[in-house]
Design a protein around this ligand. Structure first.
Ligand code: PHE
Length: 357
C-alpha cells in the first residue's frame, strides 16, 4: 500500500512538473504505456486469486485513474498555455494605422495618364491604342503628310528597316491611332489614345521617347466650339482650377484644317509662374478640325462627318502640374527621383477624390 502511495505521489509530481507536452507524453508512457509502471501492476491482477484481487485490485485501479486524470489535467493546462502564447504572438491591433506604404511608387507619367483617362472617361471618351512600330501610311500618308514634309526627314524620325518588308517607323505621334480608329469603328467616335512616341531629339525638354495623348471626336455638326469646350473642361479638371484660360492660335498641321496651337495662361504668384489667369501664355498642345482629306483616307465622307483632334504631351503636362523642369530624369530610373516625384499606389485618381492625387 505504501509502495502504491509512493509510486502515485512520484508519478503525479512528475506529471505536474512536466514542462511541455512532449515531457508529459514521456511521463504518460512511463506510467500507462505497454511497459508502464501502472500497466505492469495492472497485469499482476490476472495472476491473483479472486480474493486477493478483491483486496489489491481497487488501489491499483485507483492509481491508474489518478494518473490518467493528472495527465489529462496537465495536458489541458499545457495546451491552454500554448494557445495563449500563440494568440499573444499573433496579436494584431486592427486600430493601428497602416505604417508601411507599399514599396515603390507610381511614375508621374503613369499617374497623369490615369488622371487623363479618368477625366475623359467622364466626358464619354473610350481609350484606343495602336502599334508603336507603325507603317508609313498610318503615321504619315493617311494623315496628309506628303513625302516632302520635314516631319519625315531622317533627323526627326526613327526608321525601322527590314529586308523585303515595307518600311516602318517608330511612330512620331499618336495621330496614326486616329486613322486606325476611324477605319475600325463607325462614327460617332470619341476616343483618347495615350502612348509612347519617338523622335530623334535629346535636351532638357526633349527625349527620344516621350508620351502623347491623342483626342479624336467624329460626329455630325462638330465645330471648333466643341473643341475649345472639350479642351477647357479637360484642362480645368486636370489642373484642378476654374480660372484656366485658353488661347487658340492659328497654326498648321497637315492633318487638321483649320489648325490651332493652344496656349494656357499663367499669372505671376510670389515670383513663380502659376497656371490660371492670362498675364502670359505658354504653348500646351496642337489641335484642329480633322482635315477632309484625312476623313476620306479613313473611309469617311467629309460632307457627312466632321471632327476635331488634339495631341498633347503627357510628360509636359506632368512637368507643369507637378513642378519638374527637366524631362530627362523621367526616364533615368533613379530611385531617389521616383521616391520624390512618384505617387502612392493607393492613390488611384478619381474625379470625386480629386485627380490631383
Ligand atoms: N500630332 C501632332 C504632334 O505630334 C499634334 C496634333 C494632334 C495636332 C492632333 C493636331 C491634331 O505635334
Amino acid at each position: 500500500m505504501t509502495d502504491l502511495t509512493d509510486l502515485q505521489s512520484h508519478l503525479l509530481a512528475a506529471i505536474a512538473a512536466s514542462p511541455g507536452l512532449d515531457a508529459l507524453e514521456t511521463c504518460r508512457v512511463h506510467a500507462l504505456g505497454k511497459q508502464g509502471q501502472v500497466t505492469l501492476l495492472l497485469k499482476t491482477l490476472g495472476a491473483m486469486s479472486p480474493e486477493e484481487r478483491l483486496v489489491k485490485g481497487p488501489p491499483i485501479q485507483a492509481l491508474r485513474e489518478a494518473v490518467t486524470a493528472a495527465v489529462a489535467t496537465r495536458k489541458a493546462m499545457l495546451e491552454g498555455a500554448a494557445l495563449d502564447a500563440k494568440l499573444a504572438g499573433e496579436r494584431v491591433d486592427m486600430t493601428l494605422p497602416v505604417d508601411l506604404p507599399p514599396p515603390g511608387s507610381i511614375h508621374p507619367v503613369s499617374q497623369v495618364m490615369d488622371e487623363l483617362a479618368e477625366i475623359f472617361a467622364d466626358l464619354g471618351f473610350a481609350v484606343a491604342t495602336g502599334p508603336e512600330i507603325e507603317d508609313d501610311w498610318h503615321n504619315f500618308t493617311a494623315l496628309n503628310i506628303p513625302e516632302t514634309h520635314p516631319a519625315r526627314a531622317m533627323h526627326d524620325t526613327f526608321y525601322v528597316e527590314r529586308d523585303g518588308a515595307e518600311r516602318h517607323v517608330l511612330r512620331t505621334h499618336t495621330s496614326p491611332v486616329q486613322i486606325r480608329t476611324m477605319l475600325q469603328q463607325k462614327p460617332p467616335i470619341r476616343i483618347i489614345a495615350p502612348g509612347r512616341v519617338y523622335r530623334s531629339d535629346w535636351d532638357a525638354t526633349h527625349t527620344p521617347m516621350f508620351h502623347q495623348i491623342e483626342g479624336l471626336v467624329i460626329d455630325r455638326g462638330i465645330t471648333l466650339g466643341h473643341l475649345k469646350w472639350t479642351l477647357e473642361t479637360f484642362l480645368k479638371a486636370f489642373f484642378e482650377r476654374d480660372d484656366i484660360v485658353l488661347r487658340l492660335r492659328p497654326s498648321y498641321f497637315p492633318f487638321t484644317e483649320p489648325s490651332a496651337e493652344v496656349d494656357v495662361g499663367w499669372t505671376m504668384k510670389n515670383g513663380r509662374r502659376t497656371l490660371g489667369g492670362s498675364e502670359g501664355w505658354m504653348e500646351l498642345l496642337g489641335s484642329g478640325m480633322v482635315h477632309p482629306r484625312v476623313l476620306t483616307n479613313a473611309g469617311l465622307d467629309p460632307a457627312e462627318w466632321q471632327g476635331f483632334a488634339f495631341g498633347v504631351g503627357v510628360d509636359r503636362l506632368a512637368m507643369l502640374k507637378y513642378g519638374m523642369d527637366d524631362l530627362r530624369p523621367f526616364f533615368e530610373a533613379d530611385g531617389r527621383w521616383l521616391k520624390h516625384y512618384g505617387f502612392s499606389a493607393l492613390d488611384v485618381p478619381t474625379l470625386s477624390g480629386g485627380v490631383g492625387a
